[in-house]
Ligand binder design. Structure first.
Ligand code: HEC
Ligand SMILES: [Cu+2]
Length: 347
């Protein structure tokens, strides 16, 4: 075994900690008002924690320094109850009780109102009543191991990708169909649980256009780590265009090849679990595929939506995402090819 391992361990911890400062899921790189609040609170807590740490370390250093030449058996060093000096008593009272209480008080004074501010952004109105028509409300249902995304009043159903207009408060109404999941897009807002039989609300607001990554943050089963969500923030007109496009039904297959693929799709097991244009089970087990080709990823964000990835996914989804609820399909050659043409036509 390498003897360098233990000495490098603190570096590994530091690297893991610093990974929170940048990258697609960096809390400290906030791009929305809620996340900015959280980031500020984080810095305050970090600064106070660091200050306490430094004070304690200096005191420990001083104790070592002053005690280094003394004989540990020297009876003068033994502290007896009756001779604790007033100075020692004061040190215990201020250093051990008053000091920590003050630190905790300040932290509470800062964090409670901030938490309130973040929480207030999630109103608890039931249903879409009470919202103006142009308000964007998104019903998100967590499933093992993907996200069902619906826009009530707009007749849009998609999966694993939430489109929102920039600079507007978007209400995410979150629930779960099976176990407890949790929704967290760190750059935009704090996380919130998705609980079966209960709806929780969260307000998402993005300051600038972009693609923000988030994930399920409550262990929910074997493919939990592969349950990714993307929030796509767009200017309002682009968002409206996206909504219009998602509302369109699929046109008749443009080519014979696509029609062949459509028949493969509706002739195989796919329709037991997936819906295209309302054709399929009412409570589909899998994501709605009506506008599959307009999504950038498949498998809940785990890979780009390319022809090759689609083929691999259909034949053996368990290889890409072990434990997910889609079984592999015995399909190959010409049939698979036509099916892929069909899926790629679902813009
Ligand atoms: C037993 C139900 C079931 C069957 C049958 C099934 N699927 Fe799926 N499918 C799922 C589930 C569940 C998911 C979501 C998996 C995940 O991401 O965890 C999924 C995901 C997908 C996705 C990715 C969608 C996205 O947006 O991420 C595609 C594409 C897909 N299935 C195509 C097919 C095709 C084509 C067939 C038929 C050959 C098929 N499926 C058969 C349940 C099924
Ligand atoms: Cu989950």
């Amino acid at each position: 075994m390498s003897t360098r391992g233990p000495r490098l361990a603190p570096l590994a911890v530091l690297a893991a900690a610093l990974a929170g400062c940048a990258g697609p899921e960096a809390l400290l790189d906030a791009r929305g008002p809620s996340a900015a609040n959280t980031a500020t609170l984080w810095w305050i807590m970090f600064a106070m924690g660091a200050a306490v740490y430094v004070v304690v370390m200096v005191l420990i250093g001083l104790a070592f320094w002053r005690g280094r030449r003394r004989d540990i058996d020297d009876p003068a060093l033994k502290v007896r109850d009756e001779d604790t000096s007033p100075a020692v008593r004061r040190l215990v009272i201020f250093g051990g009780i008053v000091g920590p209480a003050l630190v905790l008080l300040v932290l509470n004074l800062v964090s409670v109102p901030m938490g309130q501010a973040v929480g207030d952004r999630g109103a608890s109105a039931e249903g879409v009543e009470g919202y103006a028509e142009e308000d964007v409300v998104v019903n998100v249902t967590a499933e093992v191991f993907w996200w069902r995304v619906e826009y009530p009043g707009r007749d849009v159903i998609t999966a694993n990708e939430i489109h929102i207009p920039v600079g507007e408060e978007v209400r995410i109404r979150l629930t779960s169909e099976d176990v407890i999941h949790s929704f967290w897009v760190p750059k935009l807002a704090g996380k919130i649980d998705a609980t079966p039989g209960h709806t929780t609300e969260l307000v998402l607001e993005a300051d600038e256009p972009g693609r923000y990554r988030g994930r399920c943050t409550e262990y929910c089963g074997i493919a939990h780590a592969q349950m990714i969500i993307h929030v796509v923030a767009q200017e309002r007109d682009e968002f409206d265009t996206w909504v219009e496009q998602q509302q369109q039904p699929q046109p008749q297959p443009a080519t014979e090849r696509i029609e062949e693929g459509r028949q493969v799709f509706f002739g195989s097991s796919c329709v037991y679990c997936h819906t295209v244009d309302g054709h399929g089970p009412p409570n589909q087990i899998g994501p709605d595929l009506t506008h599959l080709a307009s999504r950038e990823t498949i498998g809940a964000g785990i890979m780009p939506n390319t022809r090759g990835n689609l083929a691999g996914w259909i034949v053996d989804p368990q290889a890409q995402k072990p434990g997910n609820l889609m079984p592999g399909t015995q399909i190959a050659g010409d049939e698979l090819d036509a099916l892929l043409d069909y899926l790629e036509s679902l813009e």
